[in-house]
Design a protein around this ligand. Structure first.
Ligand SMILES: [Zn+2]
Ligand SMILES: [Zn+2]
Length: 388
């Protein structure tokens, strides 16, 4: 096996990442990013398809012998945030920032493609590079799947990673089973009867109803779910009323539900509906509730995650590789992993314990994580394609 870490440390990963960081692009608008990727993959001799899922790029690297197909997925999009860092690679686009580390993921993807292309004569099988647009809640993975990203050839295993600031640099977590949450968005409109603030008995006060709904929803997690099972029900937005002396006719709530386990998810979806509708009806209001699926849980295959951990142990040392880390955020890697078993792992990126979190205007990560990510993915892929 080549020393992929030593080779990765010789690549221009930092320069690639900083260039992408200076020029962030929002979901489905990753035109510059996609063209850099397509050019790089073409120069390496890969077969490249662009426009897969609007701005997505797929590259196929054929080894020297037939064998399995390993898919490697990297997301490319930035977030609608104005960067507040003062680095010399700060975002040049006001209101757009790589605040989740996807610039790092693209740089890692370019690095993996470079090294595996260099070693293609040692690979039995092929590597499908999937550079995905619009991961941040816009459904880029589904768009790529609809456009055939998983066909011709169909992958046997899918791998992906996220730079992760809840872990220090040099640590890796590759858990088994669910590692990131399923996410739903719910929207609720409560309708009562408006009136004078001094004559509440002639009204159905939706401010009171909405307040009761928010309070009652807290019992779903605390009273209906196994305490050992992580679940979140959050109301993020609540609007009602227009003046101090008018009882509001309508109230509107938005919220989110996060779960790992599918049976628990079904229980929570049912209880949220029962609690919202039951509370509104008890207080004489009518209610319309829509619950929309955003993403499934990211669920890792046991064998694939063990293989990632073996590779990670060779790169960062066995003592720095764990299985426990879970992230309550969502990731549409889940849709690839529903179709093709595999592993999505977390690559520690924090320089110090108080590092700013993902999606913060001062988010940044330690670029020493980049060659580690390249080496772990190269090593894992090579382990699948070592041949007989
Ligand atoms: Zn993000
Ligand atoms: Zn992300």
């Amino acid at each position: 096996m080549p020393d992929y870490l030593a080779e990765a440390q010789e690549l221009d990963l930092v320069a690639w990442r900083r260039d992408l960081h200076r020029h962030p692009e929002l979901g489905f608008a990753e035109v510059r990013t996609a063209s850099i990727i397509a050019r790089h993959l073409s120069e390496l001799g890969l077969e490249v398809q662009t426009g897969i899922g609007k701005t997505g790029v797929v590259g196929l690297l054929e080894g020297c012998q037939p064998g399995p197909v390993v898919m490697l997925r990297f997301d490319m999009d930035a977030l609608p945030i104005t960067e507040e860092n003062a680095t010399d690679y700060v975002s040049q686009s006001p209101g757009v920032m790589h605040a989740c580390g996807h610039d790092g993921h693209v740089a890692i993807g370019l690095g993996v493609a470079t090294l595996l292309a260099r070693h293609r004569n040692e690979l039995s099988g092929s590597v499908k590079f999937v550079f995905q647009p619009a991961e941040e809640g816009m459904g880029g993975a589904m768009e790529m799947i609809k456009d055939g990203a998983l066909q011709g050839p169909r992958p046997d295993v899918a791998l992906g990673l996220h730079i992760f600031n809840q872990l220090p640099l040099g640590q890796v977590a590759a858990g088994e089973g669910p590692v990131m949450a399923a996410a739903e968005r719910f929207h609720c409109i409560v309708t009562g009867r408006g009136g004078h603030g001094a004559t509440p008995h002639q009204t159905v006060d939706t401010v009171v109803v909405a307040a009761q709904i928010v309070t009652a929803l807290q019992t779903v997690v605390s009273r209906n779910v196994d305490p050992a099972e992580p679940v979140v029900v959050s109301v993020g937005s609540l609007h009602s009323g227009s003046a101090f002396n008018i009882i509001a006719e309508q109230a509107e709530l938005w919220g989110t539900i996060r779960t790992f386990d599918e049976a628990t998810r079904q229980t929570v979806l049912r209880r949220v509906r029962e609690v919202v509708e039951g509370t509104a009806h008890t207080l004489g209001a009518s209610v319309q509730l829509e619950i929309e699926e955003l993403t499934l849980a990211v669920v890792n295959d046991v064998a694939a995650s063990a293989r990632v951990r073996e590779a990670a142990a060779r790169v960062v040392g066995a003592a720095n590789v764990g299985t426990q880390q879970r992230w309550m955020a969502s990731e549409d890697m889940s849709y690839f992993l529903r179709e093709v078993g595999g592993c999505f792992f977390f690559l520690g990126g924090a320089r110090h314990p108080s590092e700013f979190p993902h999606h913060n205007p001062r988010f940044d990560f330690d670029e020493a994580a980049l060659p580690q990510g390249v080496a772990i993915l190269c090593d894992t892929t090579a382990s699948y394609l070592r041949g007989a």
